[in-house]
Design a binder for this molecule. Sequence first.
Ligand SMILES: [Zn+2]
Ligand SMILES: [Zn+2]
Ligand SMILES: [Zn+2]
Length: 310
Amino acid sequence: MKGGWFILLIFLFDFNTPSIAQSSFGKEPYLVVLGTLQDGGSPHLGCEKDCCKTIDPDKKVVSLGMIDPVNGKRFLFEATPDITSQLKSLNQVLPGQKGYAPDGIFLTHAHIGHYAGLMFMGREAMNSKEVPVYAMPKMKMYLEGNGPWSQLVALNNIQIKPLSEGKWENISPTLKVKPMLVPHRDEYSETVGYIIEGPHKKILFIPDIDKWEKWRTDIVSLIKEVDHALIDGTFFSAAEVGNRNIAEIPHPLVQESLALFDSLPTKEKEKIIFIHFNHTNPLLDEKSDASKQLQLGGFKRATPNMRIHL
Ligand SMILES: [Zn+2]
Ligand SMILES: [Zn+2]
Ligand SMILES: [Zn+2]
């Protein structure tokens, strides 16, 4: 190949093009989906089934980035084991004022997919400086009282910002976040979902919850109060669980949620976006019957790099 042509081709196929393009919302804040999977990710350790035959770099554990372009702020919901590539993606969306560290990390609970990524803030990796980590009281105590997390606190790699149930946290002139306790297997911490409010929209984020009927809050009424709801879609149906006792993993099955939301008008159904998919979940495949059924019903599934206006 002649040199000139080669250089032209390099320009045509810009190898440095970020996986996430620049904002299409101008100066408005928005959320970007940085991961859609359940804690164990995909490929799931030990899975020999078709779902984990190949390695797909877009399959990452559940996480949201939150961008405030005017104030130059970038926040993260969840610190997943995939945090390294997720912070890289976030930096491609909006470069941080102080490098890769986000301006805050909101944690939902102490299950590996949701907080274990904090380890990369430590000396062995980023050695970050005072990254604000927003946590509920038990989560805060757990991090402060147990290594290796306590070392992140002692060395000021992270700075824990306490949250209280139902109390709004103003994090930028245009963004606020409110934690809501939800029922879940709370071995080391309580579990929360979040309401995220921007200048135009309110978003509900509940990646993990036990059955809806165990919650004091009525999810159907709550959906009416928000503009979008990113909710637990771990398993589509009981068929995925195999030999494991479903009582040990009591998520609302997507099929059950669809039945619960069936009577809602289309306008409400369109707000609902399922996320936190187990590696076995057919909703990970846009061509599956489950994905088609979801779409026909007017519901959505979260996909990598999906953006939601705030
Ligand atoms: Zn989870
Ligand atoms: Zn699998
Ligand atoms: Zn969990």
